[in-house]
Design a binder for this molecule. Structure first.
Ligand SMILES: Cc1cc2nc3c(=O)[nH]c(=O)nc-3n(C[C@H](O)[C@H](O)[C@H](O)COP(=O)(O)O)c2cc1C
Length: 193
């Protein structure tokens, strides 16, 4: 059976976005391999699906940035509560172009832009007040100006090799469809619940 998992993803995702009351319905969990070998997972928000790749953004020097630099193999997991669906993606992450990152940065709210500019994501800090005063200062500095994208801020395009789409069923007969990329073709199989 040959089917396109992106079409299915888009159909399901649109339905969830339409019906969900969640504040961040684009939230998904990205897992990478920690530098010490332990899996490391955290939520990010999916920016979009573009050219068959899932786009996420953030600091490139964060823990996840360093981990992805070491191993591009990542997974992305969604749980859509409203429509009761789970998506599991495994694939390879590669950095998006800086010019593309600028586009995503420009879409961010001003507060988020300031935080990206002043915070060294993941670095330790003795007192968060230091960052708060830096925030206020930066806010004043850029009162009537655009905030430029910091150099270390960018994004990743995750190109999947495997996508499992699951419809959660009350009966526990969950419908699981596994799509695997084989010689550039998506092959779908049904998995037991
Ligand atoms: C709902 C939600 C959405 C988030 N979205 C992002 C995001 O798009 N990009 C990002 O870098 N961090 C995002 N975060 C913060 C991350 O979970 C994480 O704290 C941060 O990226 C640092 O992770 P790291 O130290 O493993 O790199 C989000 C957190 C939550 C709870």
């Amino acid at each position: 059976m040959s089917m396109n998992p992106f079409q299915l993803f888009n159909t399901w995702y649109s339905e969830e976005l339409e019906k969900s009351k969640a504040r961040i319905p684009s939230a998904c969990c990205i897992s990478s391999t920690g530098l010490d070998g332990y899996p490391n997972a955290r939520f990010v928000s999916l920016k979009e699906v573009k050219n068959d790749a899932f786009i996420i953004t953030g600091s490139l020097q964060s823990r996840k940035g360093l981990e992805i630099e070491k191993s591009s193999k990542v997974s992305l997991t969604f749980w859509w509560e409203t429509t009761q669906k789970q998506i599991r993606i495994q694939g390879n992450a590669s950095k998006i172009l800086d010019t593309e990152a600028v586009g995503y940065f420009d879409e961010r709210a001003k507060d988020s832009k300031i935080i990206s500019l002043i915070s060294e994501q993941g670095a330790t800090i003795e007192n968060i007040d230091v960052l708060k005063s830096s925030f206020a200062e930066t806010e004043r500095k850029y009162k009537n100006k655009d905030i430029p994208k910091p150099k270390n801020w960018g994004g990743y395009a995750i190109r999947p090799i495997r996508i499992e789409c699951m419809e959660f069923e009350k009966s526990r007969f969950h419908k699981r469809t596994l799509f695997q990329l084989e010689e550039e073709e998506w092959i779908a199989t049904i998995l037991q619940p």
